[in-house]
Design a protein around this ligand. Sequence first.
Ligand SMILES: NC(=O)c1ccc[n+]([C@@H]2O[C@H](COP(=O)([O-])OP(=O)(O)OC[C@H]3O[C@@H](n4cnc5c(N)ncnc54)[C@H](OP(=O)(O)O)[C@@H]3O)[C@@H](O)[C@H]2O)c1
Length: 315
Amino acid sequence: MTPTDPAAPGTAGTAGGSAWVITGPTSGIGHRTALELAKHGTVVLVGRSPAKLAAVEAEIREAGGSAVSVTGDLADIPSARRAAREVAALGLPIGGVLNNAGIMSMKPFSSPQGFDGTYATDHLGPFAFTEALLPQLADGTHVVFIVSAVEDPERVPAVRAGFRGSRFISVEASSRGEWLTDGGSRLPGADAYATSKQGNLATALAFAREYPRLRFSAIEPGVNPGSNLSRDASPALLRLSKMLAPALTLLPHFTTPKRAGRVIAGILTGAGATGTYYDENARPMRGSHQVMDPAFQDDYVRQTRELLATVPDAA
Ligand SMILES: NC(=O)c1ccc[n+]([C@@H]2O[C@H](COP(=O)([O-])OP(=O)(O)OC[C@H]3O[C@@H](n4cnc5c(N)ncnc54)[C@H](OP(=O)(O)O)[C@@H]3O)[C@@H](O)[C@H]2O)c1
């Protein structure tokens, strides 16, 4: 934890008296959403880099808001659970939790527990973080997952971009970095990413039925070439996509982190119904046939719990 006082006069608990927890606030969509959430109360920033967290915390404070940071690596399951315990220990009145952190890595890598790095960062870690936090949340708290429509093999713009939807075999196979290969994507990292993000959506929809005292939603934030999601692409490609980002917003589904941040903060702090999957304009949408099946969602959660039960907390 870094030492911002969440109870500093005139800041903490203002605008509704709630605190808003966000993972991945140090870049892209999460950064802009954190700045928006600061208009609604104290922001609890959860990230893996203390230096980057301190910079966002300072930015929020300079703008008159209040923030506190908790360090945690979501690819590392014990670290994700520890971060949840630290968030709870702050004792703040949590109004909402935003599972935003994520990566799309072009090259496979391993998490500290030896799981596929993308799957651990995008699904297993956020799942472990959320489950560790749930018992501490007051009735009505809104928990939101930032997902991705690329999980749907029938999503036309994603298919045009080279995605082939989720290539799910099982949670255990995903944790080993194994995806359905027949008909898979030629884009490096696309199958791992699409399969992992389907895990977020299945979790949000299953939890909405399993925990009726809370509210769960999922958001497809739109295509954000201005974020750093494709950070391991070539520097030239990254520069080009950031340069073109403003013009690309004229295309359907394209947006900017700033705009996405406003939409996401509005949904998180709003009173929408549990179990809703929103598009980039905050309109309800549907996921793939596979993920909209409640039996698939429940089995996904069951398999995830079974796998995570094999990971002890660090001594
Ligand atoms: N960009 C898009 O077009 C798009 C479309 C659909 C969905 N999304 C989703 O939107 C979310 C935000 O992505 P973005 O586009 O804003 O990407 P981004 O700019 O790369 O931001 C990702 C954030 O996640 C954090 N993060 C990554 N690995 C982490 C780990 N192991 N532990 C803790 N934090 C970690 C990063 O922290 P560091 O700063 O320390 O790296 C950063 O704050 C993701 O869930 C992504 O899947 C994005």
